[in-house]
Design a binder for this molecule. Structure first.
Ligand code: PLP
Length: 384
């Protein structure tokens, strides 16, 4: 199956697998438990927390898309992160980016405070600072690239080489691009995680997560932990997410086409101070994004000129961008990281990460791109 393009894998996984009735689309298995063949012999599944046929199809599809050895579907993206963190023991070092998703940052810092592991928070685009972290022999290095919300891009292959040299596990949060646009395992990462809530499901109606590992051994460990801590996803959520996944490539193509138009408008508009989009040649890591990604994605952040009042005015003038957290759904969204997605970060940590109060993040949806541009244009024009 992996010889196919992502769009084909996403559409075909599990299709025509039903041996009972020949259903084209795989049925949903809601049963929590499964009979044993006899009391010594379980079948393929015994209890739905440990394994579920519907969840398995989604895990297989994601494993193939990421080109891994095995995967686990979890109840949320945070649960996926938590499963991976179970691989660490007290005294182990974890290196994380200073500008990752606020909820990930909250989990990393609070578990470190409780002594679960030692934590190094670093600007991973700063090669010297990263080298200092490697000198302390980390057990695990965590990347989120492009990062949320400033869309900084880290060279996965280069960090993977450093990880190999220091025997560290490399984990990449691939939520912002999906396997259609980036495959970290092929660049040397050991583990990929997703908030499937975002592009993978794509319809803003399921919260979910996934972990895919490069080796069978790692996949088995992660599966064991997911079952042990009860982090696995439900059958119903898996069914819906699989349904969303079918159109991933088609959606991503439309998302990206729209994002290019929106980014061009922002870049040229006098009400905008600075636009963060890896597709621009002036983006400091554009050359890396061009090499390691199969596209620039559809997340764009920008700093508005002025203050909080300008932000409020812009947001209330928009009609096609809903003011909401999350991203990657078919509908366009606008968020202010400082008061929304990243409010879990202390103001000092936000400042350290370069998140200004006038920073605005767009998740560009798949509406007609010209309509999106017109809507944004009228709202920005009203500010100047
Ligand atoms: N990773 C990234 C990059 C995210 O943006 C998010 C959520 O916004 C998460 C992880 C957490 O995922 P979830 O909200 O599904 O728990």
């Amino acid at each position: 199956m992996t010889k196919y393009h992502p769009g084909t894998i996403a559409v075909r996984e599990g299709i025509e697998d039903d041996t009972h009735h020949g259903a084209v689309v795989p049925p949903i298995y809601l049963s929590t438990n499964y009979t044993f063949e006899d009391y010594h012999t379980p079948r393929d599944f015994d209890y739905s927390r440990s394994g579920n046929p519907t969840r398995n199809i989604l895990a297989n599809a994601l494993t193939k898309l990421e080109q891994g050895a095995g995967g686990v579907v979890t109840s949320t993206g945070m649960a996926a992160i938590n499963v991976v963190l179970q691989l660490l023991s007290p005294g182990d070092r974890l290196v994380v980016p200073h500008d990752c998703y606020g909820g990930s940052f909250r989990l990393f810092t609070n578990l470190a405070r409780k002594g679960y592991f030692e934590l190094d928070v670093v600007d991973q685009t700063d090669a010297q600072a990263l080298a200092q972290c490697f000198a302390r022999k980390p057990t695990m290095v965590w990347l989120e690239t492009p990062s949320n919300p400033l869309l900084r891009v880290v060279d996965i292959a280069a960090v993977a080489q450093q990880c190999q040299a220091s025997n560290s596990l490399l984990v990449v949060d691939n939520t912002f691009l999906s396997p259609v646009l980036q495959k970290p395992l092929t660049l040397g990462a050991d583990i990929v995680i997703h908030s499937t809530t975002k592009f993978i499901n794509g319809h803003s109606d399921v919260v979910g997560g996934a972990v895919v590992a490069k080796t069978d051994e790692l996949a088995e460990q992660l599966d064991w932990w997911a079952n042990t801590i009860g982090a696995t996803g439900s059958a119903f959520d898996s069914y819906l997410t699989l349904r969303g996944l079918r159109t991933l490539e088609a959606r991503v193509n439309q998302h990206q086409a729209n994002a290019l138009k929106v980014a061009a408008l922002l870049d040229a508009h006098p009400a905008v101070d600075k636009t963060y989009f890896p597709g621009f040649e002036y983006h400091s890591e554009h050359h890396i994004a061009k090499r390691q990604q199969q596209g620039f994605g559809s997340m764009i952040s920008f700093e508005l000129k002025g203050d909080d009042q300008h932000v409020g005015k812009l947001l209330s003038a928009l009609t096609l961008f809903s003011v909401a957290e999350s991203l990657g759904g078919v509908e366009s969204l606008v968020a202010v990281p400082a008061t929304m997605t990243h409010r879990a970060m202390e103001p000092e940590a936000r400042a350290e990460a370069g998140l200004k109060d006038t920073l605005i993040r767009l998740s560009v949806g798949i509406e007609n791109g010209d309509d999106l541009v017109a809507d944004l244009q009228q709202a920005l024009d009203a500010l100047v």
